[in-house]
Ligand binder design. Structure first.
Ligand code: UFG
Length: 336
């Protein structure tokens, strides 16, 4: 297939593009390079630099596009609450423009990077896809709005558009192997200019780039009092995108043309357990300090990934926390 990956120079988009290329697909990336990196573009992919809302129509007008993997987004939870316009424009209006372009050019498949942030503070754990969606921050609200827009467009397309929203839990780790084969050093990983994610921040302490890690609250209703999350390896996450495209290519259209699928391992690890895993992997003592809770953080977010396993045939293979951390560590060390 010929596939467009938006946000293809970012962490998730670049690894998805790598997996698609390795599976023999042709890949066109769209990225405005505002948070992505030109050197993350996998060899063999064509990069179109520009805002999705401005360039998607032109790219799709070229014809022959079998599907779009839409990863481009604003994704800082804290910033989203301070600057809602950036998120409603960047995530929602941009995606509506993309949906219009998909319809105009009759592109039959869409896979969207949705988020566990759509659920907010869950009532049950693990979280199934039919759990109530009550996002606790603007980022989650915009991801939910896009899921709803996609459902509407797919339903109204008369079967022309099939779409899957993949609700990512906590994506982590790095993709091993470069364009020239497996070098042993992860070629693609997490490198945000503004880093807010737990594992890369803890690894910065091990690298001597920061003094200590702040633990956001130790009074949560969890076994050790710190927040619990479901960490999923970036390569397992990328594989789910290929499986979602396969499902749509087989014509197995979900009811209404839109399927929502959680992507997580169904295993929860606390902040302290993550820090402990980083200590084991790096051999560094990694000082930690308890800080106040972070606004908008739910206490526990663990996925029920039964649907992804049943409907997509997804089998995550990198489920060990130490292994996920080890790949992130190898990537961080190579770039330090
Ligand atoms: N944490 C700390 N200290 C830090 C950074 C994070 O204690 O310095 C904690 C957070 O409070 C949270 C856990 O570590 O409990 C994980 O935090 P991350 O920022 O790594 O990830 P989040 O769970 O906040 O975010 C993830 C995705 C978001 C998504 C969100 C859903 O990265 O895109 O899940 O709530 F919105």
């Amino acid at each position: 297939m010929t596939l467009v990956v938006t946000g293809g120079a970012g962490y998730v988009g670049s690894v998805c593009a790598r997996h698609l290329l390795d599976a023999g697909h042709e890949v066109v990336l769209v990225d405005d390079l505002s948070t992505g990196h030109r050197d993350a573009v996998p060899e063999g992919a064509r990069l179109v630099v520009g805002d999705v809302a401005e360039v998607a129509d032109g790219v799709l007008a070229e014809g022959g596009i079998d599907g779009v993997v839409h990863c481009a987004a604003r994704s800082l939870v804290g910033e989203s609450t301070e600057q809602p316009a950036k998120y409603w424009h960047g995530n929602v209006l941009t995606t509506v423009a993309l949906l219009d372009a998909l319809r105009r050019h009759r592109v039959p498949r869409l896979v969207f990077s949705s988020s566990a942030a759509t659920y907010g503070e869950p009532e049950t754990s693990p979280i199934p896809e039919d759990a109530p969606t009550r996002p606790t921050n603007t980022y989650g609200a915009t991801k939910l709005a896009v899921d709803l827009a996609i459902a509407n467009y797919a339903a109204a397309s008369g079967g022309e558009l099939g779409a899957v929203s993949l609700r990512y839990f906590n994506v982590a780790g790095a993709h091993k192997g470069g364009a020239d084969g497996d070098t042993g050093v992860p070629a693609l990983g997490e490198r945000h200019t503004v880093e807010t994610h737990l594992i890369p921040l803890v690894l910065q302490v091990a690298l001597g780039q920061r003094e200590e890690i702040a633990v956001y609250g130790d009074d949560w209703p969890t076994p050790d009092g710190t927040c619990v999350r479901d960490y999923i390896h970036i390569d397992d996450l990328a594989e789910a995108h290929l499986l979602a495209l396969d499902l749509l290519a087989r014509g197995e259209r979900p009811a209404g043309g839109h399927l929502v699928c959680n992507l997580g391992n169904g295993l929860g690890f606390s902040v302290l357990e993550v820090i402990e895993a980083c200590r084991r992997v790096t051999g560094h003592p990694i000082p930690a300090r308890v800080a106040p809770r972070r606004a908008g953080d739910p206490g526990v977010l663990v996925a029920s990934a039964a649907r992804a396993r049943d409907l997509l045939g997804w089998k995550p293979t990198h489920t060990e926390l130490d292994g996920i951390v080890a790949d992130a560590w190898a990537f961080a060390r190579a770039r330090a």
